[in-house]
Design a protein around this ligand. Structure first.
Ligand code: SAH
Ligand code: SF4
Ligand code: F3S
Length: 487
């Protein structure tokens, strides 16, 4: 029987990152006996991982359900990036207490970054939890679920240097049938002092480029029009056949060198078909190369949009953050983007307000950096100390919460102004958009995305999801563009 996927929530990075409060809800009915309900929090990597988890569980007798009341197994795929993200999961678990007391056979598992960070402590703290499984141990899930059926609680938070789940074909849970995410690497070696990810996701490793290209090609053949290549730091993607002890690449047919860098991989994915759009996230300012920018320019189907988190506009703070670039380096990279890809290339950022010891003048540097770069949009946070990180060990979290919040508010207001200015620049321009779905506002309107990753609303007319259409931008708000179809 064909997969019937309905009732799908599409989760944007924006929604996911800003609230850490979203779930993947999908019904899949392939005739399996047992039902799995997964709720995912945090970043796109986590959403992508949930699709791998669903695939592993499917091979072991589980269909997914969007209704936890029908589930035999509930997984929460969790995020630890800020304290609030963890509190959200704690609250959710307490809500599941009720269901568990009515249905004692139900298995509840905590997966992802919180599982990795807290390990067996989580079993002590949250009595209803049966399984605690970290991001590199998902192949062990079916086995742990079986053990849980026998009343045994299980923890597997082993972090691997090799696991990329390259051979697992994800069940597309959070997809509109048009765009899909492909994880190209896992982990992170950067050790930004504020960040928990290196501890929860382990060492950086890149996935076999052939498995990535095959996955993208397969998606295209199934009707998908856009893939987003995912990694915490995609620009440090590096794969060499020797290191990975895998098959050698055919140099002649692929036209690439033996070691595959991110620009090579982009090229390979873009070459699948000009009608397949390619996006990627996240770019670290220290690693983004001119080659990547030239590859973007050379291919119309590589979207002209770069998520280039700056975190702070001040060099002293950046140094405390261990970001390994300074204000000048960052501005030079932006200059290069503008030079090679032009003013229309979308640039977005992540910003942290009120990092340890940040002065008022240093905060002003973040605001002036925003003015200089003219970000299209940003994901903005105030600093949340994470146990075990370098910053937690070395620096006092000394900016009072009201000050952090006020600085964050100033950053948000600045971004809103900039987003409006950047969107107004588009009015009158003709742009190609890919239709992704119904607009939230009205059934007569559809929403699409332009190359720079901006949402464009158009009248539905005869258009359908998955169409490429040329529009003229007629109006905008700070969040959205409005367009009319150009005939
Ligand atoms: N790999 C990406 C970031 C992933 S985490 C990069 O390096 O750019 C997403 C964002 O969460 C970060 O960019 C940062 O802005 C924010 N973040 C991470 N740790 C945080 C903390 N302790 N407090 C507040 N925000 C944090
Ligand atoms: Fe965290 Fe820095 Fe790695 Fe991004 S690059 S995941 S902020 S350590
Ligand atoms: Fe959160 Fe882990 Fe992603 S901490 S942001 S889910 S890598």
């Amino acid at each position: 029987m064909e997969n019937i996927i309905k009732d799908i929530n599409i989760i944007s990075k924006e929604e996911a990152d800003s609230s850490c409060d979203f779930k993947i809800t999908a019904d899949e009915n392939t005739g399996k006996i047992k039902k799995l309900y997964i709720e995912s929090y945090g970043c796109q990597m986590n959403f992508s991982d949930s699709e791998i988890v669903a695939s592993i569980m499917k091979d072991n007798g589980f269909d997914t359900t969007s209704d936890f009341n029908h589930a035999d197994v509930i997984f929460l795929n969790t995020c630890s990036i800020r304290d609030k993200a963890e509190q959200t999961v704690r609250k959710r678990l307490s809500q599941f207490n009720q269901i568990k007391s009515e249905k004692p056979d139900l298995t509840i598992g905590v997966l992802g970054c919180m599982a990795e960070r807290l390990k067996d402590k989580l079993l002590e703290e949250e009595k209803l939890v049966d399984l605690v499984v970290g991001p590199d141990a998902y192949r062990d899930l079916p086995n742990l679920v079986l053990q849980a059926d026998d009343g045994l609680k299980g923890v597997n938070t082993f972090l691997s240097r090799e696991e990329t789940y390259a051979d697992i074909s994800p069940v597309r849970l959070n997809s509109n049938g048009v765009s899909a995410f492909i994880s190209i690497m896992r982990g992170c070696d950067n050790m930004c002092s504020f960040c928990v990810v290196p501890f929860t996701r382990g060492r950086e490793r890149s996935r076999d480029p052939h498995s990535i290209v095959n996955e993208a090609r397969d998606l295209f053949q199934k009707g998908y029009k856009e893939v987003t290549l995912l990694g915490q730091n995609v620009d440090s993607y590096k794969w060499s056949p020797e290191e990975n002890n895998k098959a050698r690449l055919n140099k002649k047919s692929e036209g690439v060198s033996e070691v595959i860098y991110f620009s090579d991989l982009l090229e390979m994915v873009a070459a699948i078909d000009p009608r397949l759009r390619v996006r990627f996230s996240t770019s670290h300012p220290k690693d983004i190369t001119d080659e990547v920018l030239h590859t973007m320019k050379a291919h119309d189907n590589i979207c002209k949009y770069i998520h280039l988190p700056v975190q702070s506009g001040n060099s002293r703070v950046l140094s405390l953050m261990n970001r390994t670039y300074d204000r000048e380096w960052y501005l030079e990279r932006v200059q290069k983007i503008r030079e090679i890809l032009g003013e229309d290339c979308g640039i977005s950022s992540d910003m942290i307000a009120g990092f340890c010891t940040e002065t008022e003048a240093e905060h002003q540097d973040t605001l002036s950096m925003m003015d200089l770069v003219q970000y299209d949009f940003s994901y903005m946070f105030y600093y949340s100390e994470r146990p075990g990180t370098l910053a937690a060990k070395k620096y006092a979290d000394d900016i009072p919460l009201p000050v952090k919040k006020r600085r964050l508010q100033e950053i948000i207001e600045k971004q809103n102004q900039l987003s409006l200015v950047r969107n107004q620049r588009d009015i009158g321009k003709e742009q190609e958009i890919l239709i992704e779905g119904q607009s939230k506002r009205s059934a007569d309107q559809l929403k699409g995305r332009n190359s720079a990753n901006k949402v464009v609303i158009v009248s539905a007319g005869k258009l359908k999801v998955g169409d490429y259409v040329k529009v003229r931008i007629t109006d905008c708000s700070s969040a959205t563009l409005f367009g009319e179809v150009v005939i």
